[in-house]
Design a protein around this ligand. Structure first.
Ligand code: ASP
Ligand code: MG
Length: 469
């Protein structure tokens, strides 16, 4: 049975006009599929505002969080009035809205009193964006004459209790999907499911991490064994580079699952990094399409793409990083230094994005987010107190303001000489390369450059290895 999951991101449902556009897209495709499921994000900016409310409450800024809540209330109300004309619909929706908004006020009030917010509390608060929006989009679809019903994914997607970044439990989720979604689908009703939101087996609300609505769509795709998953966004598809920096960046027509995973990992905001897992398992093709330009084809993501073997497909960057170096002549041959260094890093909860060790064994360097640097250096210094006092290790230091530029492409694995071309391009532009790593997946090469060189490095690599490639 042909089944399609369509996910609309925050901008695609960002205001009344966008929601109307999203609805006309659903309308134009729904007859082509035996079963159609819609997944929606919160309206653009709403999740950020909800987080800000909680943070203001922690700081005790009562006036400020209240005015932010008021703003959220007003925005949703005006969107509702613009989209929903039916009186009965409005009568049903309004109290539901007001209920969510007063819940939000109460949560903020408690946070204010306690002076802190837990990860669990944060999930309850951030889930409200999607939970307010799904009923609105469902009403808008009904306004277009389609049978649609909002479904709160807290009833549908079962996860562990890793709040703010929860992991779905496949079997438990499938059971709920069969209980709740399948009967709607059998009656030709379009379920409008809240993205991002889930719950533990005990029913405590969790979320799948920022940008998690993509992941929701993929999880449902897996449970329903969908034919395809389409994610609607505000760009024409996955681009060869960030078009704000590389003005001649192009849409990539087809990409493999591995290339997209690598891109997501290395900072391209294409898809939530875990999105691919549930659909790779079932080999479900995924499309990235533009809500505001539905006629353009978009990007198709499949198991193995025809994208030219031997080519770099895209370039991406991760910014706000620092390179930490642990160095000393006495490190040579002392076992366990690397293990102890990274254990000290892990104790700070910092994620390491890249590692390289000189073969002389006189230094280890690695890249971490700048905001974690001072804690990490501290932690390594106290771990290595003895080695530092003996001068086996001379110093632990950080170079700030660096960027990882990553070139991704399935062809990197099989084609010699691409790395060479990347480096000659940088050499010609006189850009200094601070460190290099080839992804162990062999689908990427990462280069560390100074922040001031990052944009030039991107443009240069894009020109030489993608456009001229
Ligand atoms: N609303 C959530 C966020 O902003 C999830 C999503 O949009 O995918 O992170
Ligand atoms: Mg997104």
């Amino acid at each position: 049975m042909s089944t399609l999951i369509m996910k609309f991101g925050g901008t695609s449902v960002g205001n009344a006009e966008a929601i109307a556009q999203a609805c006309s897209i659903v309308k134009s495709y729904h007859q082509d599929w035996a079963r159609l499921v819609v997944v929606v994000s919160a309206m653009r900016g709403v999740t950020d505002s909800l987080i800000e409310c909680a943070e203001l409450a922690v700081q005790g800024e009562e006036d400020q969080y209240q005015s932010l809540i008021e703003q959220l209330r007003a925005n949703h109300h005006s969107a509702m009035k613009d989209i929903v004309s039916d009186e009965m619909e409005l009568e049903q929706l309004t109290p539901q809205f007001d209920e969510y908004i007063s819940e939000l006020s109460e949560y903020c009030r408690s946070i204010h009193v306690l002076g802190e917010v837990t990860a669990r509390g944060m999930d309850t608060i951030t889930s409200l964006g999607e939970r307010i929006n799904a009923p609105l989009v469902a009403a808008a679809l009904r306004g277009q004459g389609l049978a649609a019903q909002a479904v709160d994914a807290a009833q549908l997607i079962v996860t562990d209790n890793s709040f703010q970044n929860a992991n779905p439990l496949e079997e438990a989720t499938r059971i709920k999907v069969n209980e709740i979604l399948v009967p709607l689908l059998n009656e030709k009703v379009i379920p409008v499911v809240t993205g991002f939101v889930a719950a533990t087996e005990q029913g405590i609300v969790t979320t799948l991490g920022r940008g998690g609505s993509d992941y929701t769509a993929a999880i449902l795709g897996n449970s329903l064994d969908a034919s395809e998953v389409w994610t609607w966004t505000d760009v024409d598809g996955v681009m060869t580079a960030d078009p704000r920096i590389v003005t001649n960046a192009m849409v990539i027509p087809e990409l493999s699952f591995s290339e997209v995973s690598e891109l997501a990992y290395f900072g391209a905001k294409v898809l939530h990094p875990k999105t691919l897992r549930p659909i790779i398992e079932r080999d479900i093709p995924l499309w990235v399409k533009n809500t505001f330009n539905p006629a353009s084809t978009g990007t198709k993501v499949i198991r193995s793409s025809k994208s030219d073997e031997g080519k770099v497909t895209a370039i991406t960057t991760i910014r706000n990083l620092s390179l930490v170096t642990v160095e000393g002549r006495g490190m040579l041959g002392i076992p366990g230094i690397a293990a102890r260094t990274f254990a000290a890093v892990a104790r700070q909860g910092a994620s390491v994005l890249m590692i390289s060790q000189a073969s002389s064994e006189q230094s280890i360097c690695f890249v971490i987010p700048s905001k974690t640097v001072s804690g990490v250096i501290h932690s390594i210094e106290s771990e290595m107190e003895l080695e530092l006092s003996r001068r086996d290790i001379d110093r632990v230091w950080a170079q700030p303001e660096i960027v990882i530029v990553t070139a991704v492409g399935a062809g990197l694995r099989t084609t010699p000489g691409i790395a060479g071309r990347v480096f000659s391009a940088l050499g010609e532009a006189r850009i200094n390369v601070i460190a290099i790593a080839q992804g162990s997946s062999e689908y990427s090469i990462s280069i560390v450059v100074a922040e001031k060189d990052a944009d030039d490095a991107m443009r240069k690599i894009h020109q030489e290895v993608i456009l001229n490639g």
